[in-house]
Structure formats: C-alpha cells, structure tokens
Design a protein around this ligand. Structure first.
Ligand SMILES: C[S@@+](CC[C@H](N)C(=O)[O-])C[C@H]1O[C@@H](n2cnc3c(N)ncnc32)[C@H](O)[C@@H]1O
Length: 294
C-alpha cells in the first residue's frame, strides 16, 4: 500500500501536535452529542455484557436499592421524584419508574435519549426526558423538571468538566432540588487517577469513533498543574487517511476540595460510601451523598 498525501498529512499532523497532550484544548469530552457517535454508543450502553457507558442491569438495580435506602434513612418515605443528570438511555430512570417512583432525566446525546423516551412510552413509565447540555442549561430548567427529592449523577462523568464549569452547573441543578433533598455523586477518587503517561494503538474494523477500518492511537497523560488526566484518541481512516482527534479530560478532585466546592453551592453533610457496585475494580467508584441546605 502506498500512502496517499492525506495519510501523510495525518501523520504530519499527529507528529506536530503536543506530546504529551495538553489538557482542555477542546471540550474535553467524548462527542456524545454527535448523532452518528451517539448511535454507535447506544449499542454499548445497552450491551448487558459490558459495564462500559452504562452498567449492566444487575448493577443498576444494586445502585438503586442503595439509593432508595439512602433516601429512606434520611426520612424520604413513599414514592419519590429523582432527577438523573446525563441519563444516557435512561436505564436508571426506567427502573425507578418500574418501582413506583417518578424519574426525570436529561442528556445531550440524541440516540440514547430518543431510545429512553421510546422505552418509557412503550412501558407507560412515569418518566420525563429532555435534551439539555450541562454546560449550557436552559433558563427554565426548574420548570422542566419540577421540584425533585434527589439528584443523581452516576458513573463519574462529573470529572469531564473543569472545576468552574462544574460549580456553575451544580448551582443551576440545585434550583430543581427541594431543601433537604439529596445530591448523589458517583465520583472518581483522587487515588484512582493514573499519574503517568502512556500510549496504545489498535487496528480496528470499526469502533464507537468510526464505522470503517481505522487505526486508533491513544495517548494518556497526567497534567499535574491542571490535575487533569488527558486521553487523546487519534483515528486515521484506512481508505481515505482522514484524521479525527477526540480529547477526553478527567479532572482530579482531592476529596476535601470536592466537599468544599459542594458546600459553596449549598450542599452540606457530606457522607462518603465505598463502591457498592461489586463489579470489576476499574468500574468501582465510590459515592458522595450531600444534602441541599434547608
Ligand atoms: C458514561 S455515560 C453514563 C450514562 C448514564 N448515566 C448511565 O450510567 O447509564 C455519560 C453520559 O453523560 C452524558 N453527558 C456528557 N456530557 C454531557 C453534557 N455536557 N450535558 C449533558 N449530558 C452529558 C453523555 O451523553 C452520556 O450519556
């Protein structure tokens, strides 16, 4: 195979980029809201044999048993209304509704959200879903959700945002939470971050990034100044040599700073729970439960 100029350009582009990659050069997030990416990602969300993107049903059930017990211990009896942030295909919302609760979810990934909506309609579940971007929440957010008893943020996606962005959307989310209501954060502890650089590559027939044969080069780095893990995906399509770059950043939060930030927005009484999923170690994230100041 002889390289086309496009393949050469792709190589030149990669070679001239910063190595190790710098944090937050783009959004720092996977292209969840891209239609084609979200369609491919939906299949991963719904695959019960993997804990990628969404956990398998038995884990979601275990999470919800734990959540409802937490709410119960804090005096929430009977049916409850939960807002699930970044709900993806709505698996947590559906299960809450099947158990007699009301659950509202939002996300900005089109295919999973459409699937969530269809599933809820098909089963006649007490769910509301709407599109919203955490970095640009609608002014009428609280009107869309109504007042909720708890807000959940599963799977550590919280770390895909820089501290000021996170603080911003948390104060907006609290507009929806009743005083005394719970904010439940599945977070990635400081110690879990791999603070060293590495590279990896694979040849793929297809992946979530591309449905044609491609090379997938990955760079992992830790930026001490920004306390951010940077994960860059380079996709080089085999036929055309077209190059795509996706940047994924994960903000590390020492636990005390996380608690202080939550307190600044009005979330108090932090309680840490060890991982409750009981699955493979890389998916074992702990929980931080706080309460909106009354
Ligand atoms: C790892 S998935 C978890 C999905 C779901 N919480 C679950 O556990 O099944 C992360 C989700 O966060 C959503 N997300 C990421 N950034 C977002 C943003 N800026 N606004 C809204 N949703 C976002 C993604 O679209 C994706 O559905």
């Amino acid at each position: 195979m002889s390289d086309t100029p496009t393949h050469f350009e792709a190589m030149r582009h990669i070679m001239s980029a910063a190595h190790p990659p710098l944090p937050w050069q783009e959004s720092g997030q996977l292209p969840w809201h891209d239609q084609a990416f979200s369609e491919r990602m939906l299949a991963v969300h719904l695959d019960p044999d993997t804990h990628m993107a969404s956990r398998a049903p038995e884990v979601i059930n275990r999470h919800l048993d734990w959540l409802l017990a937490q709410m119960n211990q804090r005096g929430q009896q009977g049916p409850t209304h939960v807002l699930d942030v970044g709900c993806g295909p709505g698996l947590y919302c559906h299960e809450l509704a099947r158990r007699g609760h009301r659950a509202t979810g939002f996300d900005y990934a089109p295919a999973p959200l459409a699937w969530a909506q269809e599933k809820a309609e098909g089963e006649n579940l007490n769910n509301t879903f709407f599109t919203a971007d955490l970095t640009d929440l609608p002014v009428d957010l609280a009107a869309k959700t109504g007042q909720v008893d708890a807000i959940t943020f599963w799977f550590g996606e919280f770390h895909s945002f820089q501290p000021e962005v996170a603080e911003n959307f948390l104060s907006r989310l609290l507009e929806c939470l009743r005083p005394g209501g719970l904010f439940v954060l599945e977070y990635q502890p400081w110690d879990i971050f791999v603070k060293e650089d590495s590279n990896e590559w694979s040849a793929c027939e297809e992946s979530v990034f591309c449905n044609r044969p491609h090379l997938w080069l990955q760079e992992f780095s830790w930026n001490e100044e920004a306390r951010t893990e940077v994960h860059v995906h380079w996709i080089i399509e085999q036929e055309s040599g077209n190059l795509h770059r996706y940047e994924q950043c994960h903000q590390g939060w020492p636990e005390d700073e996380l608690v202080q930030m939550l307190e600044r927005v009005g979330l108090v009484d932090p309680a840490f729970s060890p991982p409750i999923t009981g699955v493979a170690e890389e998916f074992e994230f702990p929980m931080l439960v706080t309460r909106k100041k009354a």
